[in-house]
Design a binder for this molecule. Structure first.
Ligand code: G3H
Length: 257
C-alpha cells in the first residue's frame, strides 16, 4: 500500500487536496530527491497546468529555484500560441545562483513560449535608504505594478535553512530563522511549522496579499526532504493554489497531516 489505507496516487491526490484545502493536488510518481528526472516531470506538469489556465492576456509572476528552472525548460511555443504572455520575477532578489534566479527563469520562459519578460534587479539585502531610492525609479516601479497585477503566480517551495544558506543570508537573519524554527520558504517568506511568517527577505516584489489576489497560484515542490517545508507553507496557502508535487513528498506530507 502507498501509505496506510491509501492504495493509489489518485486517492492520495484527493486526500491531500481535502486536507490542505486548496484547489487541486497533482502527484508525479517517484521522488525527485533520488531521481532527477522526476524534477523534470514536475516541471512538465507545471507547464501543462500553465497551458490549461492561460487566458488571452496574461501577466505571470515567477519565483526562482531549480524546480522553476525545470518548468522553464519544459515550456514550449505550443503553450503560448495565440496568447499574450508577460513573465515577471515575483521578487527582486538576486542572492541565488544566476541560473536559479527569477529574472533568468522569466527570460527562459519567455524565450520558450514566445512571450515577453521584464527584469527586476534589486539585491536581497539593501539598506532602507537605498531601497527607497530604487523604488523611485520609473522602470522599477512599473515592474512592481505588473507584479501586483499578475493573474498567475508560479512558485517553488524550499526548505528554510537550505534556502537561507543558498542566499548567503547574514548571521543575524540566520540566527533568527533558527531561533524561530523556520522550516519552509516561498518567495522570500519564511514559515514555521504552524505556517506563521517568521521572517521575510527585505527585497521588493510579490507580497502574500498579491498571491491571494491572483486568479491562479501554481506551487511546485517535490522530494521527501521538502515535506515539512510544504506542510508549513500550505497552512497559509491561498485556496486558489494548485499544488504539483511528487510521491516522495506527498507520502511524507500525508503522514504528518
Ligand atoms: O522558494 C523556494 C525555492 O524556489 C525552491 O527552490 O526549487 O531549487 O528547491 P528549489
Amino acid at each position: 500500500e502507498l501509505v496506510r489505507g491509501i492504495t493509489g496516487i489518485h486517492e492520495l491526490e484527493e486526500q491531500l487536496n481535502r486536507l490542505l484545502g486548496i484547489a487541486e493536488v497533482k502527484i508525479i510518481p517517484g521522488d525527485s530527491d533520488d531521481t532527477p528526472v522526476v524534477k523534470e516531470e514536475l516541471g512538465q506538469a507545471c507547464a501543462d497546468q500553465l497551458k490549461k489556465i492561460l487566458k488571452a492576456q496574461n501577466i505571470i509572476a515567477v519565483t526562482g529555484g531549480t524546480t522553476m528552472a525545470c518548468a522553464a525548460e519544459m515550456m514550449t511555443r505550443e503553450i503560448g500560441k495565440g496568447k499574450q504572455i508577460l513573465f515577471v520575477p515575483a521578487r527582486g532578489g538576486v542572492g541565488d545562483d544566476v541560473k536559479n534566479q527569477a529574472n533568468s527563469i522569466c527570460a527562459k520562459m519567455a524565450e520558450q513560449t514566445g512571450g515577453s519578460h521584464r527584469a527586476l534587479y534589486i539585491p536581497d539585502q539593501v539598506s532602507e535608504k537605498v531601497r527607497e531610492s530604487l523604488l523611485q525609479d520609473p522602470n522599477i516601479s512599473e515592474v512592481l505594478n505588473l507584479i501586483q497585477s499578475a493573474n498567475i503566480v508560479l512558485h517553488g517551495i524550499g526548505d528554510a535553512i537550505k534556502m537561507a544558506t543558498r542566499r548567503n543570508t547574514n548571521d543575524a537573519d540566520m540566527d533568527k530563522l533558527l531561533k524561530e524554527q523556520a522550516v519552509g520558504e516561498a518567495f522570500g517568506y519564511y514559515f514555521n511549522i504552524e505556517g506563521e511568517v517568521v521572517h521575510k527577505v527585505s527585497t521588493v516584489g510579490l507580497q502574500l496579499a498579491d498571491l491571494h489576489r491572483a486568479r491562479h497560484a501554481v506551487a511546485v515542490a517535490g522530494g521527501k526532504s521538502k515535506a515539512k517545508a510544504i506542510q508549513s507553507y500550505m497552512k497559509s496557502a491561498p485556496p486558489n493554489t494548485v499544488f504539483i508535487t511528487d510521491e516522495g513528498a506527498a507520502k511524507e506530507l500525508f503522514k504528518a497531516l
